[in-house]
Design a protein around this ligand. Structure first.
Ligand code: 9MG
Length: 382
């Protein structure tokens, strides 16, 4: 299994750092102007890829990255409008995925999740800490919130009954089901909108699917025993999110050295989870990937993941970005969570412009408005 990703350098400093990490310090920085594809993986696959690269008029350099064999391929620049070469299917596919549109078309148990623009997932937390009176939202109030988000343009409603914020405490299966299921049932019977259930627990996911959900949003990357079976048996689509460590230490302090290259490391994790899901009989076309901003990452890691989120598209699955009101926005702006609207919309727009197919947000109205303006501008550029 290998991981391929395209790297577009913004500076000579970035390129130099990367080449050094590939143990290739002597390559000319002129590669900044070409298409650079990095591959890590097994020797045989890398060998085939280096042949493909040369067949496309490019060069290939072998290196090492951490414990892995690596290959850096430099191809003549292939711009977005140019048709891709007929030969070299693997590299051409990688370029295609990287450059392709954000459009999504995912089969769900009921209908499809389909759009040719970045979709908006509205967050509906039914946890006591989401509300000032310390009680979980009742299903009437939750339905009203969902209705409002749909009228504002939400494409998906993400219902969660267990907080994953720093300082969270786990809730029992029974408690989580009692918070989530009535809300999912009530939304499913009143609104025509796909519902995702934000849970790490297979029992909760199964109950929510039975109540009308169609997507399982698992911050634990389908790692809990039984979660893969629930996804396969219910026909759900699934969001596989990266988190460093386990749920019990997911918000433990990390420092800069926690990752070699944060984008590469997160992609390896997601690639392994996609492979595990496929091995468990889940169709690849039902998977959505997510780098998990804020889960075991420093400010710099979060920024690097957002800056380069397009690279993750090379894994061939739609990318979801959840930046809304997160702590890193507070670090950058000094704003308290409920005052992070501007920063959150900025991050969502950046993500959409850099290849995200779905953004997960608290503030649907402002995000949808901003995305509509950007989409209109894009439609009339060129
Ligand atoms: C539940 N939850 C909190 N943050 C999240 C994020 O960034 N992505 C996804 N998929 N879920 C999240």
């Amino acid at each position: 299994m290998s991981v391929l990703r395209i790297r577009e350098y913004r500076s000579a400093g970035e390129a130099r750092k990367d080449l050094e990490s590939f143990r290739l310090p002597n390559l000319p920085i002129s590669i900044l102007h070409d298409t650079v594809i990095m591959a890590e993986g097994g020797e045989d696959e890398l060998h085939d890829l280096s042949r493909e690269a040369r067949g496309l008029g490019g060069q290939a350099f072998e290196g090492r990255r951490g414990e892995r064999d690596a290959l850096l391929m430099v191809l003549p620049r292939i711009d977005a409008s140019a048709s891709l070469p007929e030969s070299g299917p693997t590299l051409a596919r990688c370029i295609d995925q990287y450059r392709g549109s954000v459009s999504v078309d995912i089969p769900l148990p009921r209908g499809r999740l389909r759009a040719d623009r970045t979709m908006v997932m509205g967050i509906l937390n039914v946890t006591p800490d989401s509300f000032s009176d310390g009680r979980p939202l009742d299903h009437v109030a939750a339905l009203a919130l969902a209705e409002r988000m749909v009228s504002e343009g939400a494409d998906i409603i993400d219902v969660g009954g267990e907080s994953t914020r720093p300082g969270w405490s786990p809730v029992s299966v029974e408690e989580e089901i009692s918070r989530v299921v009535p809300v999912v049932r009530s939304i499913a019977s009143s609104l025509d909108v796909p519902i995702s259930v934000d849970t790490m627990k297979p029992e909760v996911a199964r109950a929510a699917m039975g109540a009308g959900a169609s997507i399982i949003n698992d911050v634990n990357g389908l790692r809990n025993e039984g979660m893969m079976s629930v996804v396969r048996e219910t026909g759900a689509a699934a969001v596989i999110m990266h988190m460093r460590g386990t749920p019990s230490d997911m918000h433990a302090e990390v420092d800069a050295s926690a990752y070699g290259d944060v984008v590469g490391d997160v992609m390896w994790y997601l690639n392994d989870r996609i492979a595990a899901a496929e091995d468990a009989g889940i169709e690849r076309e039902k998977l959505i990937i997510d780098p998990g901003l804020g889960f075991g990452k420093t400010l710099e890691h979060n920024l690097e993941l957002l800056r380069r989120c397009r690279e993750m598209r090379c894994l061939g699955a739609p990318v979801l970005i959840g930046a809304s009101r997160k702590r890193f926005i507070g670090h950058l702006t000094g704003a308290a969570p409920e005052r992070r609207l501007g920063g959150s919309v900025g991050a969502a727009i950046w993500a959409a412009e850099n290849g995200a197919s779905i953004v997960r947000v608290h503030d649907v109205d402002a995000t949808v408005q901003a995305l509509r303006v950007v989409n209109a501008l894009r439609a009339h550029s060129t």
